[in-house]
Ligand binder design. Structure first.
Ligand code: FAD
Length: 407
């Protein structure tokens, strides 16, 4: 009698999904399990580099690599498809190309932009979400500069760029933009003084949670490069002409802009909401072993998961760092379940630090409790980027895709 092999299905080839699969393919033989990876594209993209591709400071091909280059196809079946739904009661996943059944499921589908119901944002603002949005935003900004000299219509707004959100993504994008805009001005014979770059943020501060001294450094640097901050200014809506912001208690003001980028919110995957798995804003408050509540065979990791930092009683921010660590734990927990090796491991994030880039040549950060700015921080950022490549694809991937333009 042949025993049916357990089937492990991993959804998403991002940071969390690929770490899970690369660890599982190492830990299990072909006789022990069927491992299936499902992803929309046949490539993985470095989400943490998308602000560079979006501003045009890094080509979009630099931020992605083939899934095939890091998985062992003799052990892992790769299905290129879009996940449309998860049916926990039937233990199956609905794809745009069919269905796939599972014994164990790992949901690692990443996050989606959260627009908090602000009118017009979905229709009129760009987001920094994947390779396609990055390419579209870069081309749009280029188009605005290229068209400036040719058309009189809406001339001044063409060169106004609004970035909604002074969190991590917004500030990293502004850092790239502030370096890219002078290049665009030179390329299209435009006087730099014609360009306006606004950062509009509802909260009363930039980079909440970051060390105030480092935030001061970042703001001063970006202001010096021409970024104008409008802090404590909620965006009320977006239109084809620009954005509407609050002015005082009751009034509003229009900022006309040729480019509006929304970088102020992330939620989990809409697939989670659709599936009926218990969630808050599409994120699952996972058990300590990373399983979804009341689901023995579903693990949720990365931006789809929600974990509370008990020290401050607030959720951990969604990061690649945590996603990858969760991938390692989930792989070990699945192996334990398959081999009947007792209690599952409890996941505790090990936060080594955070570095926020301010363009290719500058950054701010805290690493191992040490504050860094300038070239030291920028060097550290590149090392962190290279480490993510190393964790998934080893030294060969670092050599192929790594950042070595160290200052
Ligand atoms: C500009 C920017 C800068 C950032 N900088 C940092 C940083 O410096 N440090 C840090 O730690 N974090 C950073 N983050 C956050 C970090 O990128 C995320 O927390 C991380 O990518 C989440 O990893 P994940 O595994 O959950 O999903 P992801 O890595 O985003 O991967 C999700 C995968 O699922 C696939 N997918 C999604 N939906 C479907 C579907 N329906 N069907 C099939 N496939 C699907 C996607 O194509 C993708 O491959 C940054 C984010 C942004 C946007």
């Amino acid at each position: 009698m042949t025993v049916k092999k357990p089937k492990i299905v991993v959804l998403g080839a991002g940071y969390g999904g690929l770490v899970t699969v690369t660890r599982l393919q190492k830990a299990l033989s072909v006789d022990e399990a069927n491992i299936v990876l499902v992803n929309k594209n046949d490539y993985h993209y470095e989400t943490t580099w998308l602000h560079e591709a979006s501003a045009g400071t890094l080509h979009h091909d630099r931020v992605r690599y083939d899934v095939d280059s890091v998985i062992n196809r003799s052990k892992v079946e790769f299905i290129r498809a879009e996940v449309q739904d998860i049916k926990p009661d039937e233990k199956k996943v609905i794809l745009n190309t069919g269905e796939v059944e599972y014994d164990y499921l790992v949901v690692a589908l990443g996050g989606e932009a959260e627009t908090f119901g602000i009118e017009g944002l979905k229709e009129h603002a760009f987001t920094i979400s994947n390779v396609n949005t990055a390419r579209q935003l870069r081309d749009h900004i280029d188009y605005q500069f290229a068209t400036y000299a040719l058309e009189e219509d809406k001339k001044d707004e063409r060169l106004t760029i609004v970035v909604g959100g002074a969190g991590f993504t917004g500030i990293e994008f502004l850092g790239e933009l502030a370096n890219r805009v002078p290049e665009l001005c030179k390329e299209y014979d435009i006087d730099y003084s014609k360009v306006r770059i606004y950062c509009v943020e509802a909260a009363p501060m930039v980079l909440p949670g970051f060390d105030p001294e480092l935030v001061k450094y970042a703001v001063a640097l970006l202001e010096k490069k021409g970024v104008e901050f409008k802090i404590g200014t909620p965006i009320k809506g977006a239109t084809p002409e620009g954005i509407i912001v609050a002015k005082g208690e009751t009034e509003t003001e229009e900022i006309k802009a040729g480019t509006v980028v929304w970088a102020a919110g992330v939620r989990g995957s809409s697939i989670i909401e659709k599936s009926g798995i218990e969630n808050m804003r599409a994120r699952v408050k996972v058990n300590p072993d990373l399983r979804a509540p009341n689901q023995e065979d579903i693990f949720v990791i990365g931006d789809c998961s929600l974990m509370i930092n008990e020290e401050i009683n607030r959720p951990y921010p969604p990061t690649a760092q945590i996603s990858m660590q969760q991938g390692e734990t989930v792989a070990r927990n699945i192996v334990k379940l398959l081999k009947g090796e007792g209690d599952l491991e409890t996941f505790t994030p090990d936060i080594k630090g955070t570095v926020c880039s301010l363009g290719d040549d500058d950054a701010i950060g805290v690493v191992f409790d040490k504050k860094l700015t300038g070239t030291k921080a920028s060097f550290m950022k590149k090392m962190i980027d290279n480490r993510a490549l190393f964790m998934i694809g080893g030294p060969s991937l670092v050599l192929k895709k790594g950042k070595f333009n160290v200052l």
